[in-house]
Ligand binder design. Structure first.
Ligand code: ATP
Length: 463
């Protein structure tokens, strides 16, 4: 399947099947914001639950946190976001479309990134301008580069007219909430270095260009884990975290290895020791799915300096005192959802020659685990038995009851949303309490006792 074609298919499929809707659509949409529909919210919750299970539940050395979106504005000065969290912006002089210059340059194979100075990036723009095209009108006529700060401002708690002078920010990343709670967690929990704090939550960025569906949005959710280590152990723990995160995708979510790759950052910020991204093969090419970075002691040093609070760690055994170094993994729910839609989308021809779209999600990601059908809608005894089974199974996992259309159509509907299995109640069910269980991927059917249904599905989820 051609990749551009695949992107179009996924975008329209996601809307048609209730995974992702453009925000405020009846008002003409709202730039770079999306909503999750009924199956999208299930998928997003399953992604977050899988991440939480893998990063917190499976780990004795990592604890969870849910910090507020709004924080003291000084935090964003300490982190460097007020001064330096900006992207290089240019505007097409013909149609006024704004673009990120580093992305325009990247599209013609010239390396640039947001960490470069305005002078450096302006030079690259003028050297390459004839080869660069405005993504909207195709002209090659751009304004000088300006740096545009990505923090979104608000007037929370400020009732004056000129609140913009003293804004409160919507957080640009979730990890600052972790850094400023590091001491609270240390003092209130039995954690000892090395340990991590994990958090899932919303972040906001005034992204300049956001043309790739849910890949880059202005409101998004991050799943971040910050791991606090002794300085001398930073790089060893970093390697372990890289391996652990790679296995999350390849072993826990069963993404194909060939659709993932490592990307090493060549242009590091001054305090970083090393930075890699895991890139996913999206329909528009390999792009960042998540970042795994070794950040030295920059974050806690900055917060010590700006807050005046001592954030040293005292090692009880060695009696040493030091500012912990931090390694982090940071990924986005939206990007993982888009990667999952891409990874598990299949178009197939069945043995009977029919075409079907099937989302081959691993069961832990499937929005619906089990669908239950009565064979015939007009046989009350079948309908009531199917309802009875549905009412029991829905206590344990997401189920759907469907009696609409013929069985073939119902299977196709469930295949499209990636339902793991379908159970059909027929006349034999009334005699022996078994149902026909149809497997989504093989389409094979087997008889299974109703009393075994729950364990059958639960065991697959736990595997
Ligand atoms: P990019 O280079 O693509 O802008 P980034 O390097 O700025 O990403 P980070 O600040 O490292 O991203 O954020 C960590 C993760 O958060 C990213 O890997 C991505 O999954 C997610 N993320 C960041 N910005 C966005 C966004 N605007 N929309 C959706 N997800 C995002």
């Amino acid at each position: 399947m051609a990749q551009e074609n695949l992107m179009e298919k996924i975008v329209s499929f996601a809307k048609r099947k209730g995974f992702v809707y453009p925000s405020s659509e009846i008002y003409g949409g709202f730039g770079a914001i999306y909503d999750y529909g009924p199956y999208g919210v299930e998928l997003a919750n399953n992604i977050k639950n899988a991440w939480w299970q893998y990063m917190v539940q499976f780990r004795e050395d990592i604890v969870g946190l849910d910090s507020a979106i709004f924080m003291h504005p000084k935090i964003w000065e300490a982190s460097g976001h007020v001064g330096g969290f900006s992207d290089p912006l240019t505007e097409c002089k013909k149609c006024h479309t704004r673009s990120r210059v580093d992305h325009l340059l990247e599209s013609i194979g010239v390396f640039a990134d947001e960490k470069m100075s305005v002078e450096e990036i302006n030079k690259l723009l003028s050297e390459n301008v004839s080869k660069l095209k405005c993504p909207s009108c195709g002209k090659s006529d751009f304004t000088e580069v300006k740096k545009f700060n990505l923090l979104v401002k608000s007037n929370l708690g400020n009732f004056t007219e000129d609140w913009q002078k003293d804004p409160v920010y919507l957080r640009g990343e979730t990890c600052q909430g972790i850094y400023v709670n590091y001491k609270n967690v240390l003092d209130s929990n039995r954690v000892k270095i090395p340990f991590g704090i994990a958090q899932i939550g919303k972040a906001f960025r005034n992204e300049i260009t956001a043309r790739q569906f849910i890949f880059r949005t202005r409101e998004f959710e991050q799943m971040e884990m910050q791991y606090f280590v002794k300085p001398e152990e930073e790089m060893q723990k970093y390697e372990e975290l890289k391996e652990y995160r790679w296995k999350f995708f390849t072993e826990f979510l069963i993404f194909k290895e060939e659709n993932l790759k490592w990307h090493k950052h060549e242009n590091l910020v001054f305090y970083a020791k090393e930075a890699y991204d895991i890139e996913y093969k999206f329909p528009f090419g390999f792009k960042e799915l998540e970042g795994i970075h070794a950040r030295g002691n920059y974050d806690l040093s900055q917060h010590t300096k700006f807050s005046g609070t001592n954030l040293d760690y005292s090692d009880i055994d060695s009696k040493e005192k030091f500012i912990p170094h931090i390694i982090e993994s940071s990924g986005g729910v939206g990007r993982m959802l888009l990667a999952s839609l891409t990874e598990f989308y299949n178009e197939e021809k069945t043995e009977e020659g029919d075409e079907r779209i099937v989302m081959k999600f691993p069961i832990k990601l499937s929005p619906i685990k089990l669908a239950i059908f009565p064979l015939l809608k007009n046989k009350p005894e079948l309908v009531s038995k199917a309802k009875e089974i549905f009412n029991e199974q829905k206590k344990y996992f997401m189920c759907e009851f469907d009696d609409n259309g013929n069985i073939g159509k119902r299977y196709r509907r469930q295949d499209e949303i990636g339902t793991f299995a379908c159970a059909t109640v027929d006349f034999q069910t009334l005699e022996d309490n078994t149902v026909t269980l149809r497997d989504r991927d093989t389409m094979r059917q087997e008889r299974i006792s109703i009393s075994e249904l729950k364990n059958y599905i639960q065991e697959k989820i736990n595997k």
